[in-house]
Design a protein around this ligand. Structure first.
Ligand SMILES: Cc1ncc(COP(=O)(O)O)c(C=O)c1O
Length: 380
């Protein structure tokens, strides 16, 4: 409860803090985490790295986190076959903070950010918090990008930030390379509304879930060398199984990184966070060991859901390149959500009316989800 006597910003009055419910239930499939915990070897490495820096905690950490940026550069070379120097990388406390820094640097009063709905529900909050306008263009019925509408909106609005998500949350839909190149071309020929001549939008591709893609889907990071207005946001929270460590990172031209460096808080990334991230990056293969299995779980769960019906209609499941599935439609999705919760399974009621999102868990968790969901379907 915020007393009305507090001088809260007028546009924040009546707002609620953002966040999915954190409930103590046996099966949590609601925030798209990797369900597999770090291995004992990774835990040992974390302890060692934190031990090594503990004696320096009286000092501020490396503001530029150079070692970490070099390690992220090595990781991208291995994971996406892209060669980016440390100057083209930047890290922060989760990709949430990366995105907020991008909005702080490139948004602001009088500017607009453009996204493609339905999409991640935090984007309007970054916009609100930085006094940036937020507009969306609807995706196609299958949740792929509607290229014509997207390009037209860029040309009509002249946003300073175009925000595309690949794979998209909550739908799981990837952005094709052709779509990315079309968006980039539109940004490169469009003038930002109200800005000086020759100022063009940046395209931010949010690749929070990119490691879950199939081998033939390229990452937008491969386009950075050719496109100085492209910024790719990534995170260790999802496939990398490190949500608790809070480490997000940005790959972009040096110009974009230098702009973000202006708005970051001094020493925003603690020495402990840097050490913990370095430890896990040294064990990247182990941290990612379950990704292939989770991909397979996604495909099997998709087929299983598609074999079911609601009131005689087959359940629709959006094509996903992520670790979650978006499925529906249910005349009363709250009922399905609550009945699953009563059975100890927490999923997410998010996105367009009638749809639900479930994240891939361990084999045991998925079995509990299937058992609970069968029981709930019988009630409909
Ligand atoms: C599309 C997308 N981007 C960014 C994030 C934020 O991730 P983090 O701040 O943990 O890196 C999420 C989290 O769910 C997400 O779904």
């Amino acid at each position: 409860m915020i007393p009305s006597s507090l001088p809260l910003r007028a546009d924040l009055r009546g707002e609620e803090p953002y966040g999915a419910p954190q409930l103590d239930v046996p099966v949590c499939l609601n925030v798209n985490e990797n369900p597999y915990a770090p291995s004992p070897e990774v835990i040992d490495a974390i302890v060692q790295h934190v031990h090594d820096i503990s004696g320096t905690l009286n000092r501020y950490p490396d503001r530029e986190h150079i070692e970490l940026r070099k390690a992220l550069s090595r990781y991208l070379a291995q994971e996406s076959h892209v060669d980016l120097p440390a100057e083209c990388l930047w890290a922060a406390n989760g990709s949430n903070e990366i995105m907020l820094q991008l909005f702080q640097a490139f948004g602001g009063p009088g500017t607009t950010a453009l996204g493609f709905a339905p999409t991640y529900s935090m984007y309007p909050e970054y916009a609100r918090d930085t006094f940036t306008g937020w507009q969306t263009v609807e995706r196609n019925d299958d949740f792929t990008l509607n290229r014509e509408r997207a390009v037209k909106a860029i040309e009509d609005i002249g946003p300073s930030i175009v925000l595309a998500t690949s794979p998209n949350n909550p739908t799981g839909t990837p952005l094709s390379m052709e779509d990315t190149l079309e968006l980039l071309a539109a940004c490169e020929r469009t003038q930002v509304a109200g800005a000086a001549s020759g100022v063009h939008p940046i395209l931010v591709v949010d690749e929070a879930y990119i490691e879950f893609r199939s081998a033939d889907v390229p990452s937008a990071t491969t386009l950075i060398a050719e496109h100085p207005h492209l910024a790719v946001s990534r995170t260790m929270s999802k496939a990398f199984a490190y949500a608790g460590a809070r480490l997000g990172y940005l790959a972009a031209s040096q110009g974009i990184i230098d702009a973000v460096r202006i708005v970051r808080m001094p020493y925003h990334l603690s020495a402990v966070t840097q050490a913990v991230a370095l430890a896990a990056l040294e064990h990247a293969d182990e941290q990612l060991a379950q990704v292939a299995h989770l991909r397979q779980t996604r495909e099997e769960t998709k087929q299983w859901l598609e074999s079911l019906q609601v009131h005689g209609n087959p359940i629709r499941v959006a094509d996903s390149q992520s670790n979650f599935l978006f499925f529906g439609t249910f005349p009363d999705r709250e009922f399905v959500f609550n009945e699953l919760l009563k059975r100890g399974v927490l999923i997410r009621d998010v996105g367009p009316t009638g749809w639900l999102r479930v994240c891939m868990g361990t084999d045991e968790e998925m079995e509990r989800f299937r058992d609970a969901f069968r029981e709930v379907l019988a009630l409909l």
